[in-house]
Design a protein around this ligand. Structure first.
Ligand code: HEM
Length: 118
């Protein structure tokens, strides 16, 4: 069996500029996903859905539904992030799945002008 250390690849400055910075814009070119990166498994520095014959068969569904779900969560709720204190602490602690060192707590409350879609 072959295990690929994606955690390590994601922190390698050979592949990523300032790899430890939380910077979602690194994946955008203008407003679209960077065309040079293939998230379907050909760009081995970024394998969110795995690759090859056992790669994720739900990729197309996920890529369509994720923006809708995230947009609805933003549109319908106000988010109290970490009680207004530290915004995001990306430090990790040791564990099987690289859990966060500090819990990231987001409490949603329904927006008054929320559309009646939920
Ligand atoms: C953001 C959403 C998702 C992510 C990041 C994701 C990621 C992954 C990853 C990394 C694997 C392992 C691939 C490998 O071993 O190379 C996998 C497998 C799998 N995923 Fe997903 N997935 C997502 C959504 C979905 C959805 C929506 C479905 C089904 C509707 C799905 C069904 C599966 C199945 C059945 C497997 C096992 C494939 C196999 O072992 O042959 N996934 N997924």
């Amino acid at each position: 069996m072959l295990f690929v250390n994606i955690w390590s690849i994601g922190r390698n400055s050979k592949y990523w500029e300032n790899p430890l910075d939380f910077n979602p814009h690194r994946f955008l070119e203008g407003e679209t996903l960077k065309s040079s990166l293939d998230i379907k498994g050909q760009s081995f520095q970024l394998l969110p859905f795995g690759t090859g014959r056992r790669g994720c068969p739900g990729i197309n569904l996920a890529m369509r539904e994720l923006p809708v779900v995230v947009a609805a969560l933003i549109q319908c709720f106000e988010w109290n992030v970490n009680n207004g204190k530290e915004a995001l602490n990306t430090n990790e602690r040791a564990g099987l799945t690289a859990p966060r060192a500090v819990d990231f707590i987001c409490v949603p409350s329904l927006r008054e002008d929320s559309p009646q879609i939920i």
